[in-house]
Design a protein around this ligand. Structure first.
Ligand SMILES: Nc1ncnc2c1ncn2[C@@H]1O[C@H](COP(=O)(O)OP(=O)(O)OP(=O)(O)O)[C@@H](O)[C@H]1O
Ligand SMILES: [Mg+2]
Length: 252
């Protein structure tokens, strides 16, 4: 095989580099945003999608951000998830200033620190439920982890033990989202980032997703969820923030 064509697979050795970067001290902020701005240029127009946001989320918090369409929620989440960069300002995740590192580090950081849940699931259509969940574990080769066993355990946890061999199109919407959550839980990241995770779901499936998010938070994960779902917003033990025109504030 042409070496250049091979995928750059992370190994557990890289984990030590990551640990060096993370340091051994306790994490102060799961998320810290300092004057974070993201603008887009469209022709001669400049759109300010995120406007000098400052935010701190402590480890173990469940934070919900609501706000009208176009207010900047996805843009903000993508910067916290190291998918996108701010135009200005600093993004710290688990106290790590992720903007200061190269793409290799950021990819590794994403794999081990953040579990992303999307509105449209984003499963790989040619992989089974089990293979979708195994995928992030195979990218981050941890010798102590048995990806197949772990993927079975995670799918069982989201109630899909009987669906492991199904391809995404052979699953209902709610089942696809549960596979996506199991995938987000692989590599056991401390931070779960969810972008309108219940928006496309029926009432029962949405309830199941809410319960899984609550369970994830109860088991120690920090959860940041962008949503219009009033049943998430009105849950106990969530901090609700409102986003409008790229600006964020406490919901009063
Ligand atoms: N790639 C892009 N290029 C130009 N403008 C963009 C781009 N992505 C987003 N925007 C603009 O930035 C603003 C914020 O978009 P964003 O998708 O973050 O909003 P949102 O709050 O997630 O909306 P929704 O609730 O509909 O998902 C919008 O005005 C949008 O049109
Ligand atoms: Mg959005």
């Amino acid at each position: 095989m042409d070496e250049d064509a091979s995928i750059d697979i992370a190994t557990a050795d890289d984990e030590f580099d990551l640990m060096d970067a993370l340091g051994s001290e306790e994490v102060k902020n799961a998320i810290k945003l300092v004057d974070v701005t993201r603008t887009y240029s469209l022709g001669d127009r400049e759109i300010v999608a995120v406007d000098e946001i400052n935010l701190q989320v402590e480890p173990g918090e469940f934070v919900v951000v609501e706000g009208p369409s176009g207010s900047g929620k996805t843009t903000l989440l993508n910067m916290i998830g190291a998918i996108d960069y701010p135009t200005s300002g600093r993004v710290l995740v688990m106290d790590v200033p992720i903007g200061d590192y190269d793409e290799h580090f950021r990819a590794l950081f994403r794999l081990t620190n953040t579990g992303f849940i999307f509105q449209s699931y984003n499963l790989i259509s040619t992989l089974t439920a089990l293979e979708n969940v195994m995928f992030p574990m195979q990218l981050f080769e941890d010798a102590d982890l048995k990806p197949e066993e772990e993927a079975h355990r995670l799918l069982d946890r989201v109630g899909l033990a009987e669906r492991t061999d199904h391809l995404p199109w052979q699953l209902s919407s709610g089942e696809q989202q549960r596979v996506a959550i199991a995938r987000a839980m692989s590599n056991d990241p401390p931070l779960i980032l969810a972008d309108e995770p219940t928006a496309n779901l029926d009432v029962d499936s949405a309830q199941m997703i809410r319960e899984i998010l609550r369970w994830l938070n109860d088991s120690g994960k920090t959860v940041l969820c962008m949503t219009h779902d009033i049943n998430i917003i009105e849950q106990d033990r969530v901090r609700v923030l409102t986003m409008k025109n790229g600006v964020i504030g406490e919901n009063v």
